[in-house]
Design a protein around this ligand. Structure first.
Ligand SMILES: Nc1ncnc2c1ncn2[C@@H]1O[C@H](COP(=O)(O)OP(=O)(O)OP(=O)(O)O)[C@@H](O)[C@H]1O
Length: 599
């Protein structure tokens, strides 16, 4: 399974996954080259400053030549200008590159994820995927942009400064080299423990955030069960745990800061001490000592910055790895290399000896040697207890999954041989729970057929008896509905779904009847709209209402993944089998009708 938490730990240790970003970076050669050029230019400008300072000290103050000072300072201003321009442009190119790369990554991942098979979503949490698109992407952006450039700049600066230190004074450099282990080893060791504590604090905070997200998402249920106090208490203890973890990390960081500053300052003082003896004895000029010290400070700064960004880079590597996992996920249901074209639509559906288990539950058989044929234009109602496999029939028809054995045929073609999109274009679905998108009413209907004109949307809405309630909304078809807009009633949502299906105008209609009862008036509207929708189409309906079942041409009674009875309502009632029992129990409300039909 690709979506795991385990990767978070291992990923932090290696920068390897960042390699995945290289092709994205290379797509923008201009930005990349610009970033590197200005990076080098800024580093070079910085590295010339200590030389300038030496010449200042050694010549500027001793030679009372004002022309020298003037030309000298104008040159310095020139260097400063180069430094400023290069730094600004470096910032621009580097940050732009980061934004660009992450925009592309987000776009690619989203496009990839939404075409993955439902089998993937059975095991992945949608929250986890979204967090990869947002939080992980932000980390990668920081890495490609700021962090990588800080790392690169400081590597260049570090190497440059150390080289210049050796050039300036090999003797003092040797002294610094001798001091390095005493400074660096403890800092690295301590830094590691700081990182461990920081990670613990972040994980604790992530737990608290996940809890908050879940509770706020289900706030109505939370209030209905009056669980607010318990939830508040749990959250409070979660954030307190995060605080304690943060405190440990802050404390460790404070100690680290003390040590780092003291150790580096003390060693600088020591070098200065030795160096000033050399100056006094005439072995070295004061300017050279100044130059050396400045290089030492630059080198130390570069080293410090590198140790800081290392942690950030390895976190970004973890983020890049998690995003990469999503891109590596292959859809289990894919179009064949040479998909066959489906014949002209008739609306015939056939299941031939289908056996199927869900990948998430391979030991449970959802459908077992199931065969049936639905003729063009026929209406079939599927009834049966919960878990019988009714929805699974829909899932296989839409090719969300492929059967373990047997064939699903649409108009005589095995759907595995066709492009899944071509198969799905033949099907319209009215689900039990209608998804209303956070968009306008018109856009919600147009979802049925992307690109439909406003006139087509309105015609569909009229046929679905949705026009009147939409016109009564504040801005008619342009009124936002769904999450950030008007909340629609159950009956209105269903008519919206019916309008979508009418607009789709597909030969095969899959109807998953809502179980929740509507009031009589809504019910009549929905039924009328449905009848219009079903006209002339092959309809398979997972039926819960007697009225629907009575109108069906045939009824399939399912149990344990098989069709155990089949026939018209009257046939089945007369037979006195499972259906007859089911009908008199389950469809109590229509018991009279059952009796009448049986007579
Ligand atoms: N995505 C899934 N992953 C694993 N098992 C599943 C999945 N969906 C359904 N199942 C299992 O497959 C079997 C058939 O389920 P299905 O949803 O087709 O039943 P159903 O007749 O539609 O039930 P209901 O009327 O309650 O919707 C059940 O045992 C169910 O637990």
């Amino acid at each position: 399974m690709a979506i795991t938490d385990g990767s978070r730990e291992t990923a932090r240790r290696s920068l390897g996954p960042l390699r995945r970003l290289v092709p994205y970076v290379l797509r923008y050669r201009g930005l990349t080259v610009g970033a590197i050029v200005f990076l080098l230019l800024a580093a070079a400008a910085t590295l010339t400053l200590p030389i300038a300072v030496r010449r200042m000290i050694d010549h500027g103050f001793s030679e009372s030549d004002s022309a020298f000072i003037a030309s000298y300072f104008s040159m310095l201003i020139g260097v400063a200008a180069v430094l400023a321009v290069a730094s600004a442009l470096r910032y621009y190119f580097v940050v732009m590159l980061g934004e660009r790369v992450v925009t592309d990554l987000r776009r690619d991942i989203f496009a990839h994820v939404i075409q993955l098979s439902p089998a993937f979503f059975d095991r992945a949490q949608s929250g986890e995927i979204v967090s990869r698109l947002t939080a992980d992407a932000t980390q990668v952006k920081a890495a490609v942009g700021a962090t990588a450039s800080v790392a690169l700049r400081n590597t260049i600066m570090g190497v440059g400064a150390v080289t210049m230190m050796v050039v300036t004074s090999p003797r003092l450099s040797l002294l610094v080299v001798a001091a390095i282990p005493f400074i660096v080893v403890p800092i690295v060791a301590f830094g590691r423990s700081v990182r461990r504590r920081t990670r613990r604090a972040q994980d604790a905070l992530a737990d608290a955030a996940a809890f908050a997200g879940e509770q706020i998402g289900a706030v109505r249920v939370l209030q209905a069960f009056t669980n607010e106090r318990a939830a508040a208490k749990r959250f409070s203890s979660a954030v307190e745990t995060a605080f304690e973890a943060a405190r440990a990390s802050i404390r460790a960081r404070a100690v680290l800061t003390f040590f780092a500053i003291f150790a580096t300052s003390a060693s600088v003082v020591a070098v200065l001490w030795v160096g000033s003896h050399d100056v006094l004895s005439g072995a070295m000029s004061a300017g050279t000592l100044g130059q050396f010290l400045l290089y030492a400070v630059l080198a130390a700064g570069a080293l410090g910055a590198l140790s800081e960004v290392w942690g950030e880079l390895s976190q970004a590597a973890g983020a890049a790895e998690r995003m990469g996992e999503l891109l590596d996920e292959v859809p289990t249901v894919a179009a064949p290399t040479n998909p066959v074209a489906l014949p002209p639509p008739q609306g015939e559906v056939e299941f031939r000896d289908i056996s199927f288990s869900y990948p998430a539950r391979p030991n449970v058989s959802a459908l077992h040697r199931l065969s049936f044929r639905v003729a063009p234009g026929e209406t079939v109602a599927i009834v049966g207890p919960s878990g019988a496999g009714k929805s699974t029939i829909f899932s296989l028809l839409l090719r969300y999954y492929d059967p373990d054995s047997g064939e699903v045929l649409i108009d005589g073609t095995d759907i595995r041989r066709a492009d899944p999109s071509a198969v799905r274009e033949r099907i319209a679905i009215v689900p039990q729970e209608v998804t209303v998108l956070a968009a306008s009413a018109a856009e919600n209907i147009a979802f049925g057929r992307p690109g439909a004109s406003r006139a087509e949307v309105e015609a569909a809405a009229k046929a679905a008896l949705a026009h009147d309630f939409i016109m009564a909304l504040e801005n008619g078809y342009d009124t936002p509905v769904g999450e950030r807009g008007v909340t629609l009633s159950g009956g209105q949502r269903q008519r919206l779904a019916i309008a979508r299906a009418i607009l789709r105008d597909a030969p095969i209609l899959l109807l998953d009847e809502a179980t929740s009862a509507l009031d009589a008036e809504s019910e009549t509207l929905v039924q009328t709209a449905l009848e219009r929708l079903m006209k002339g189409r092959t309809t398979i309906v997972i039926a819960h209402r007697l009225a629907t079942i009575l109108k069906a041409d045939r009824i399939f009674v399912m149990e344990d993944g098989q069709i155990i009875e089949e026939g018209s309502h009257a046939d089945l009632v007369a037979k006195g089998g499972i259906y007859a029992r089911l009908a008199s129990l389950q469809f109590e409300a229509g018991a009279d009708m059952v009796r009448k039909a049986a007579e």
